[in-house]
Design a protein around this ligand. Sequence first.
Ligand SMILES: Cc1ncc(COP(=O)(O)O)c(C=O)c1O
Length: 466
Amino acid sequence: MAHNDDQILSNTFVLAPEETPNIETRYRRIHTPLPAPETISDLRRAAALFPEVNCYQPPIIWDSAEGFTIKDRAGNQWIDFTSTAVMTNTGHGHPAIREAVTKHVDSGGLMGQFSFASDIRIELAERLVGIAPDHCDKVYFWTVGSEAIECALRLAREAGIRQNAEKYHVLTHQADYHGWTLGAHQMSGTSASKPWLATPDSAIHHIPFPQGDSRESGNTDWSKFLQKSLSPLADLGITAEKVCAVFIETMQGWGAVPLPTGYVKALRKWADENDVLLVFDEVQTGFARTGKMFAHEHYGVRADLLCIGKGLTSTLPLAAVLGPADILDLLPPAEITTTHAAHPVSCAAALANLDVIENENLIAQSVRKGNIAAEALQKLQERFPDVVREVAGFGLLRGIHICDPQTGELSRELARDWTWAAVKHGVMLFQVNRPSIKVCPPLIIDDAAIVEGVEALGDALASILK
Ligand SMILES: Cc1ncc(COP(=O)(O)O)c(C=O)c1O
């Protein structure tokens, strides 16, 4: 598609450099217009080469990143509030991970491994089983989160149809995100209309997301809420004995929205009564991000299967399904395999990453720094009550839900404009394509950088509301 000359990203950000405030602090340095003039020819090359679907982030060419800061080659520097799509939990290029990866490569470990075993893969699997819930004694490795979800879908259906031939229906919540592959995408509420699907999976169903008047249950009877959500399905003949699993995005990523604990407990009870598996999608929320090793721990319920990825390595691609042998062993040898899963170099990164989480007490740090972020964000909400409708989340996974002050409606456009203004103020954000901004810095961020970054978000918003 042809681009307007000034418009590099067809519906998002423009290419023409815009004036920026000159910023020089310990953490931020913005000293060119943005996009930086010297990067524009490369941004044009990117727009010519990459499909539009991939061109929606702020037009900054990341040159290097270390810890919780990102630099471009013009010498601008940002506080990173993205963790690269909530992935770099231990920060960019942690020295321990660099060393482990380099050592492994130098020792002959740069090999594809496919389904052969290796010491490092075994060591990682043992380590994961050690931190997983007690009943999870096997690890099914994949490369990206979407594949882990796809695998869990397959396993859940295998488990279901062994109980009864019609137990293959799967439930998820409206507006969940579970990935892009065929099954995962159909379980996701994004791109709600999917006209490209010739034969949509008619056994995937989206039940209402439990938004009560209070997240902590309040007066809502969550068992009743659940029954009400399930009754339209029952009317179609899809009763509990036909449901094999509920997939739960442990906190809805778009706005860091947790489910009410009372609801998850009600779901657990119903699942136990009806032999339904609860599959927690912890791809985004795992590995200390929310102040627990896995976010479902906030709800105090058992997870039958866990899907993990992203923060497992904080860098190289690696994902997995964790679960009990009686489910993970349901597929016969060679039924589904993949070439790159659990690449030894990714395993080396994951082991070092787990060491960092443990040695640097990142679970406790995530709680403590999350409280600092929450306090700063509350001040932001008090400063802009007409724009900041809500700040949600736990630990260092926070979402600001954004309203247009004129209309009072949730606004993606303002979220996009605020994102760009924040980048011009030295805070790296990513576009979520929803009426929200996510504040999810690496867990090793300095306390002062959290506060400075949130204050800069306020300055950025003020600059566009003028
Ligand atoms: C909750 C959740 N599940 C699944 C995925 C898909 O993971 P991946 O992008 O690695 O395929 C994501 C990615 O953002 C996610 O946030």
